[in-house]
Design a protein around this ligand. Sequence first.
Ligand code: PRX
Length: 649
Amino acid sequence: MSSNKTIYQPNPEFAENAAIKSMDAYWALQNKAIEDYEGFWKTFADEKINWLAPYDQVLDESDAPFYKWFTNGKLNVSNQCIDRHLADKAEKTAILFEGDRGDVEHITYAQLSLRVNKMANLLRNEFGVLKGDRVVLYMPMIPEAAYAMLACARIGAIHSIVFGGFSAEALKDRIEDAEAKIVITADGAFRKGKPYMLKHVVDTALSEGGKSVEAVLVVKRNNEEVEWVEGRDHNYNELIVEQPAECPFELMDSEDPLFLLYTSGSTGKPKGVQHTNAGYILWAQMTMEWVFDVKGDDVFWCTADIGWITGHTYIVYGPLAAGTTTLMFEGVPTYPDAGRAWKMVQDHKITQFYTAPTAIRVLHKMGENEPEKYDLSSLKVLGTVGEPIDPPAWIWYYEAVGNSKCAIVDTWWQTETGGHIISPLPGATPIKPGCATLALPGIMTEILSLEGETKEVGEKGLLCITKPWPSMIRTIWGNPDRYISAYFGDVAKDGKPVYFSGDGAVLDEDGYITIVGRVDDVINVSGHRLGTAEIEAAVAKDNSVSEVAVVGRPHDIKGESIFIYIVLKEGHINTDIKNHINTLLGEEIGNIAKADHIIEVPGLPKTRSGKIMRRILRSIAKGEEITQDISTLEDPSIVEDIITKAREA
Ligand code: PRX
């Protein structure tokens, strides 16, 4: 086993043909961006985007932090992802679908075009969905989800995908916040060999609210019986047949919204992160080419769900904009056994494999020697995203999966950044396990203090992006003030507010960036981002609960798990508090919000001004010694009581 101090040099054979072949090439690009930021972006926007009308300004900062890119340019993202490839790639597989039960479908660019055009016609002509309307997708991992996204992009509707693991309540909130006109869903799909259902969640959500919704379009996937609301529900499979094969696309402005995606923050309800057409698609495509180095007949597999930003950018938009073949998988990589993912790599000759550290840890634990049983020689680049990766998992991934010849791109980014921000380049960057390395060319990151001072090497600080970039969040849907306060309210450098990510990071002597995790009240469970405030609000709905505090606790597989402290109201006794509260969390948010630990405590550690001392609760959850001064607490003795309860848990 290699030591985690080892530096892993790029594979020279790979580097020879890579898009960025060396650190000199990296620095040439990055220096160009430093010297002439707008010129840098102009070069790529002109080269990559199929402009339907030219833009007149690269970057408009006049209304900062509401930055605008490629102002007044016109394009269409479905043209960028489909139509422009038809001349030379019509028969190339665009989407390679593998179902949970092993069913495989190759969807060519020509077929994708036909299906997206028909779906766009269906939305526009049958349901009156027009430019700017919001369409909520509550979909399993089936090709129709991608058709729906691209159909929205074609007619200028704004999609908002809600991850299929979210509850009816969470779905309803998102439908209402976006005032969606239509919901697209499926009866259900298959998982671990069995049908599972989705449509009833939409039914529940709409029975409780979501009055803006005029229609529900239902794709039949598992053909299980579902309830049907006459007049509201429509069968996609029947209606699509009659749709005309061509749907002229809408001319979209660079800055028109492309989609909303709700994500958790440190306060309040999840926020609708708004992305635009031009800047987003440009960076989605560029990072496919630079970070994953896709080319020729590569077959790219990102294991995320389309309900997360990773699925948006690296299952659908990025790969298709780059004209590559993207694999979409309905099932889970551990079913029917821990070799499923590796069998799929072998069967489809996957060239780039992109997954989360949690999945790597599970695959490692369940089948350390499983990769040996398959021919994984097609792999060129391995990727990871969503949480810090620990060196042992990294090394197993590198050696057992990548046969010590594939670079691992540890990509740091966020829903708000649209695409990768910090990552190694597989043909150029010498890699240190567990380290995201350097900002990509064109991206300016700095590790700062709250006062905007640059942190020294080895000193933890706040990970900031100090210049606007094309694929950045533009605003929070319906709440521009929250956009400013959430991202530009904490750190200012030289008097100018800069984007603060919510993550902590540290620079090493080589200028490499290591991410240390969130420094705000956001928990990252298996790469799923959850706000403690959101979980606390859900728990507080229980009428036996007087007070609640939620913290994260390190977890071997999931990265972090949820730890909840509850104070019950006087006179309330709950003998099965864990099940009780987890059922509530399942209903209010979804199963991803269920806690590993829920303990009842007599009180919470508070300062005399009533502020909950979360640092103490975090330390207790971790089983750490309490080193903080607790003498300033309103009732210092409470800490001992909580520690005793936590030990018993
Ligand atoms: O804390 C960081 C972590 O995931 C957060 C973003 O979550 P989300 O918006 O759901 O997007 C996840 C997929 C892009 C970040 O603030 N994170 C993401 N990638 C990494 C990471 N932490 C460490 N290393 C990474 N490579």
